[in-house]
Design a protein around this ligand. Structure first.
Ligand code: FAD
Length: 422
């Protein structure tokens, strides 16, 4: 007589990038029954907004140096187990053709919706059940396995449903962009098992400026080098398109440095940003250029003279910050004033009063400490059979497909190991 092997029930809380990858990986193995509890009306909602609707799903240039964590060595271990090549193979196996834009990997069709559809299609093919509208409030360990409690949105959240799972994978994300599903509830679920959090702050986010000197230049986009300066120390820089907004600064270079500013503000340290509005020239070159440029333009106003270097509204702000009247004639401009203007263009210091908050952030920095999970399997060190993945954990990547790579990698490892014999 042949004994039928007992099916292992794997419950996944959160149907985002990490949760869907975990589900597909686990369901692809023998004797598993996989379900996802997702509180939004559909799984994978956030994916639709990624990469401006095109989903930058990984990057050819992939290693731990593009991430930040209190335990970066663990990030390295995880990326070695599931790196760029694994992500490419995973999506190609789902039928997705990819394309590289300077190393940033997108679906060839440039539709994030297709990434979501392929993930959902594969989950369905493998028999994964997705319960939507289920807000998980509690996960309780039992003698064997776990009891999961969820409020059913279809009953206005009033009806509490119970689910049983042998293994549970927490894939709830952080608290960035709540409207897309991640409301921070995953942190409470993890804490209930004794997990601790590395302080969570918004990252990949715009910055609000104190006494904003460029308010009148709101809407202007310009190439600039942006440097984060914490307690007087320059921490990191990025160069790219800076966007000036009514409240402060935005754009990719601002996003890239924002997690350091977020951390500094959380720690009540002094948080400043230094902007170089002309990164292609050093101070000496720019000064020499202006001294040459003024020849033959002596009767022009300073504003006319500076036209063609920066956007006119930005020039007005920079002149005013340098203490130079825009109406002044070039012949009246002293060399000292030229140096002052150059200095201002190359090194404007802005004091940051806040980030633009979780709702506008793409990710969170901080989260459950990586020391508290086994980075080979993503299993909790505090609770056997519980796995943690994705943005819930203390690791955040730069813009460029790194955060999704983290979600795929940790989701894959959790799904694989949760489904293993135990
Ligand atoms: C606008 C935007 C653009 C982005 N673009 C990119 C990009 O191009 N490339 C890139 O690499 N990264 C990008 N990111 C970041 C990336 O989307 C995230 O890092 C990634 O989605 C995190 O995956 P996750 O599965 O851990 O969490 P999430 O994708 O946030 O998924 C968590 C899921 O859990 C559900 N959930 C949460 N709590 C509960 C609960 N209690 N009960 C039931 N369900 C719950 C949520 O509804 C959600 O579906 C972007 C983020 C945003 C906001």
């Amino acid at each position: 007589m042949k004994w039928e092997k007992k099916m292992k029930r794997i419950g996944i809380i959160g149907g985002g990038a990490a949760g869907l990858t975990a589900a597909i990986t686990a369901a692809g193995q023998k004797n598993t029954e996989v379900f996802i509890l997702e509180h939004k009306e559909q799984a994978g909602k956030k994916l639709l907004s990624t990469g401006n609707g095109r989903c930058n799903l990984t990057n050819e240039d992939m290693d731990a140096s593009f991430f930040r964590s209190e335990d970066i060595g663990y990030v390295e271990i995880i990326l070695k187990k599931f790196g760029y090549g694994d992500t490419v193979r995973f999506f190609e196996s789902l039928g997705l053709m990819l394309r590289s834009r300077n190393g940033y990997i997108y679906p060839r069709c440039e539709q994030a919706s297709v990434v979501r559809e392929l993930l959902l299609g594969e989950a369905k093919r493998l028999g994964v059940t997705i319960y939507t509208g289920m807000h998980v409030t509690e996960v309780l360990p039992e003698k064997r396995g776990f009891r999961i409690f969820a409020n059913d949105a279809q009953t206005g959240g009033g009806f509490r449903k119970r689910f049983y799972a042998d293994k549970v994978i927490l894939s709830c994300g952080g608290r960035a962009a709540k409207v897309l599903g991640s409301d921070g509830s995953g942190y409470s679920l993890a804490k209930a098992f004794g997990h601790s959090l590395i302080p969570v702050v918004p990252a990949l986010v715009q910055l609000k400026v104190k006494e904003h000197p460029f308010k009148t230049a709101s809407g202007v986009r310009t190439e600039a080098k942006v440097t984060a300066c914490v307690n007087g120390k320059e921490i990191c820089s990025d160069t790219g398109e800076l966007q000036i907004t009514g409240y402060g600064i935005s754009g990719i270079p601002v996003f890239q440095i924002s997690r350091f500013i977020g951390k500094a503000l959380y720690e009540k340290a002094s948080a400043r940003v230094i902007i170089d509005f002309l990164p292609s020239m050093d101070e000496k070159e720019f000064t020499g250029y202006l001294l040459m440029r003024r020849l033959g333009k002596e009767k022009m106003s300073v504003l006319e003279f500076a036209a063609g270097i920066f956007h006119s509204r930005l020039t007005v702000c920079l002149l005013s910050l340098s203490g130079i009247s825009a109406k002044k004639r070039v012949e009246e401009l002293s060399e000292r004033e030229i140096y002052r203007f150059v200095r201002q263009c190359k090194r404007t210091v802005l004091t940051i009063r806040d980030t633009n908050g979780y709702d506008n952030a793409q990710v969170c920095a901080g989260g459950v400490s990586l020391r508290e999970v086994d980075c080979g399997t993503m299993e909790s060190r505090y609770m056997n059979g519980l796995y943690l993945t994705g943005e819930l954990l203390d690791a955040d990547g730069m813009c460029g497909g790194y955060n999704l790579q983290w979600a795929w990698a940790t989701g894959y490892l959790a799904g694989k190991h949760a489904a293993e014999e135990s």
